[in-house]
Design a protein. Structure first.
Length: 219
């Protein structure tokens, strides 16, 4: 009798546990479906539909299958399909994040290259500006030297003009007369003696010639 009572009690407990267990599987299926929906939505927000469209579509299909199984009372199948949808969504999310990280790294690399090129261009521009400034300074120095030569030439020309003016304003030079006398003397020829006749010839007069030379000298 005691054994029969125990058997009845165990059977009653089993009958009471079966609906509770069934109700627990339904809740697990709903929880799995809700988790899969959240993960699929999160992956879609980060762009998984564009980065991994096939995997995102498979996750959505598994989610629909889980909902259909739950509606048909296939709780175990619903849980399995929901879990599969969650895994697909997780994988799509991870791959999308990796792809986005790679894109971000490439953008940073491109930005760094652009900054480097800009800095190189700026340095070249500064060097060119410095060279232009140096050329301008050299040209200015040459211009200053040319102006100095022009000023010196102008001063020399002014001095020459002043000297010429002084020369024109000076009085006429005095004239000095120097007289040079040249005397030419002619001696009388000796007398000729002739036999038996004596002839006396008067001596010729001495001729003096005077030459006057005038030399003009300036002061």
């Amino acid at each position: 009798m005691r054994s029969f009572t125990t058997l009845i009690g165990a059977t009653a407990l089993a009958m009471m546990a079966t609906p509770a267990l069934a109700q627990g599987k339904a809740d697990r299926a709903r929880s799995a479906i809700a988790a899969a929906e959240a993960k699929i939505g999160a992956s879609a927000q980060v762009g998984a539909g564009s980065a991994t469209p096939g995997m995102q579509a498979a996750a959505a299909a598994a989610l629909r299958e889980a909902k259909e199984d739950l509606a048909a009372g296939r709780k175990e199948e619903a849980i399995a399909a929901a879990n599969r949808a969650s895994q697909l969504a997780d994988t799509a999310l991870g791959r999308t994040q990796q792809a986005q990280a790679a894109v971000g790294a490439a953008r940073q690399e491109n930005a760094a290259a652009t900054v480097g090129a800009a800095r190189a261009d700026a340095a070249a521009a500064q060097e060119q500006a410095a060279a232009s400034q140096q050329q301008a300074s050299s040209a200015q120095a040459q211009a200053d030297a040319a102006n100095a030569r022009a000023d010196a030439a102008q001063q020399q020309a002014a001095a020459s003009a002043a000297d010429a003016a002084v020369t024109r304003a000076a009085p006429a030079p005095a004239t000095a007369t120097v007289t040079t006398e040249t005397t030419k003397s002619t001696s009388a020829a000796p007398a000729k003696r002739v036999v038996r006749r004596t002839t006396r010839t008067a001596p010729k007069a001495t001729t003096t010639q005077k030459t006057t030379t005038t030399v003009s000298t300036g002061n």
